[in-house]
Write a protein that binds this ligand. Structure first.
Ligand SMILES: [Zn+2]
Ligand SMILES: [Zn+2]
Length: 233
């Protein structure tokens, strides 16, 4: 577990990251692929904190690498799960994502898509979503977490802005694996780019993603510079 800012920690599960927000109790953001529960809980314990202190789980979106262990964790801890309505429908139905996905340009994305995404299962364990979170909601955690609806990668994708820490949890709006780049797939890439540029207007310094490394300074400016040329005007 790696501390990103005062309230935020990143838990790397290998190919995907989840996040822990510490306030009065803990909030888990995303849950990895299925069978990730023990790995997440062990990372939390190794960081000197208790999985039993998790008060809620927030999903950035429905994909199996983010919602794969949510049913298991909800069952274990008995905590509520938050998601945007457009992806809550899928999680409740046990569906990973809306297919077909558009692979992004470039050899790395083509390879990742062919090797890891194209033929991987799209089913997840069904999980009831307790709270529907919407664009503009401020969750009363860590001094106020602003929910930003960022569709494109997935219709119900949300990003979370920890205002007090000036950190964005960007989920899969883009990725930072081999440098800052588009995510490997989108439902609607152009809408995804518009969403990146929408969040880049916000005031934050650091950004973390579902895949790859954090950006530790000037993140909003870096997102704008990287992706503004991809927007259709
Ligand atoms: Zn995704
Ligand atoms: Zn992902």
């Amino acid at each position: 577990m790696k501390q990103i800012s005062k309230h935020l920690y990143q838990i790397s599960l290998g190919s995907v990251n989840t996040f822990l927000i510490e306030d009065n109790g803990l909030t888990l953001v995303d849950t990895g692929f299925k069978s990730s529960r023990d790995k997440i809980f062990q990372a939390i314990r190794n960081g000197g904190k208790k999985p039993d202190d998790i008060k809620q789980v927030i999903l950035t979106h429905s994909h199996p690498d983010h919602s794969g262990s949510v049913a298991d964790i909800k069952r274990t801890l008995g905590v509520p799960v938050y998601a945007h309505p457009d992806d809550a429908i899928l999680v409740e139905a046990g569906i990973g994502g809306r297919l077909p996905h558009q692979p992004s340009p470039g050899l790395a994305n083509w390879l990742l898509f062919r090797l890891f995404i194209k033929n991987s299962p799209n089913e997840t364990e069904m999980c009831r979503i307790d709270e529907r979170i919407q664009d503009g909601d401020i969750l009363p955690i860590a001094g106020g977490i602003q929910v930003i609806h960022t569709p494109g990668h997935s219709k119900g994708h949300v990003s979370l802005l920890l205002k007090a820490d000036r950190v964005l949890i960007g989920g899969d709006i883009c990725a930072n694996m081999f440098g800052l780049d588009l995510s490997t797939v989108y439902e609607d890439r152009q809408l995804g780019v518009q969403s990146i540029l929408k969040v880049a207007e916000q005031n934050f310094d650091k950004a973390v993603f579902g895949h790859g490394k954090p950006i530790i300074c000037g993140a909003n400016v870096k997102l704008k510079h990287k992706f503004s040329s991809l927007a259709n005007t």
